[in-house]
Design a protein around this ligand. Structure first.
Ligand code: NDP
Length: 300
């Protein structure tokens, strides 16, 4: 068997087009332009790249983008003051503090200082609690994007066995919660899980978010299962020339594609969906803030 490729790049373009259409309606009918504020502390090169592409795509869908770049040695009080100002700014509907923060800053404290209604990353403790109790919340972008692709591929997920590899607050736990809310039977595996291969072999859906390059081989995959590869790992690629690298996921694509029913590639799978869902969350937050109907299909 050769798996169907789930094209995250094309799917993300579709989501962004839906977002853009909603933005146009918000502007034309209600005179509201959704706004996303991104706060970057320090000069981490990867974070700078992410923030730049978030800003560019925000503008591309017609929203306002506000970037706040703060020095690496910014004090916690100063950062909290920036967040507070954004919380009170009616033109800002979404706030994202780019992680990781420099070590002297308490990430939990900062994230929990964001107005939960503007917490488009979905990391605020209130949103975690709302998601955990099946209530309307802001949903973390990477799991939301993964869920959208699964729903699109399967229709109903009810009753399917799902195994989530990884239990981080950013990906693994919210992903498991979303799948549970879809009535999957969910197993969360982690570094202490015994006989991981056997656990994964029982899954109709595998979501891999471990941060270990090509860790899941094809012979762990149940024939016909759907594999969502969240991992983004850079490895050496001498075959492309001296000193060259390439991106790979947490699953071994070449062997898994032979067994799975459907699979997301890396790059071009979950990655593009993450920013698309950030934009979707900003539109959702804007609609909620203004008492308007939420866009359909862009939330969990
Ligand atoms: P974390 O490092 O926070 O969590 C990794 C999880 O994997 C932990 O729960 C850990 O278990 C588990 N784990 C590690 N090694 C093993 C192992 N050998 N067997 C089983 N479980 C293991 O990572 P994140 O959740 O933040 O990210 C995971 C991956 O997803 C990374 O590659 C990251 O780059 C990528 N990512 C991609 C995004 C996208 O947009 N596509 C967005 C966010 C992340 P334990 O808890 O026991 O330590």
């Amino acid at each position: 068997m050769t798996a169907t490729l789930i094209d995250g790049k094309a799917f993300a373009a579709k989501v962004r087009a839906q977002v853009a259409a909603h933005v146009t309606t918000l502007k034309d009918k209600h005179g509201i332009t959704p706004g996303l504020a991104v706060v970057l502390v320090g000069e981490d090169p990867a974070s700078q790249v992410y923030v730049r592409s978030k800003g560019r795509m925000t503008v591309e869908v017609g929203m306002n983008s506000y970037e706040h770049k703060l020095d690496a040695d910014t004090s916690e009080a100063d950062l909290l003051a920036v967040v507070e100002k954004l919380n009170n700014d009616p033109d800002v509907h979404g706030i994202l503090v780019q992680l990781p923060l420099p070590k002297h800053l308490d990430s939990d404290l900062v994230i929990n200082s964001i107005d939960p209604a503007k917490d488009v990353d979905g990391f605020h403790i209130s949103n975690v609690g709302l998601l955990g109790t099946g209530q309307k919340s802001m949903v973390p972008c990477t799991p939301l994007g993964s869920l959208m692709m699964l729903r699109d591929h399967h229709g109903s997920l009810s009753g399917l066995n799902a195994v989530v590899l990884g239990r981080s607050n950013i990906v693994g736990k919210p992903m498991a919660q979303l799948l549970l809310n879809e009535s999957c039977t969910v197993t969360i595996a982690h570094s202490r899980t015994r006989d991981l291969a056997d656990v994964v072999r029982r899954a109709d859906i595998v979501v891999a978010a471990v941060g270990r390059p090509q860790m899941v081989p094809g012979d762990w995959i149940k024939p016909g299962a759907t594999v969502i590869d969240v991992g983004i790992n850079r490895i050496d690629a001498p075959e492309n020339g001296p000193g060259k690298t390439r991106l790979v996921g947490d699953v071994d694509f070449d062997s898994c594609v032979e067994v799975a029913g459907a699979i997301t590639p890396v790059p071009g799978g979950v990655g593009p969906m993450t920013i698309a869902c950030l934009l979707a969350n900003t539109v959702t937050a804007c609609c909620r803030a203004n008492g308007l109907d939420e866009p359909e299909g862009l939330t969990a």
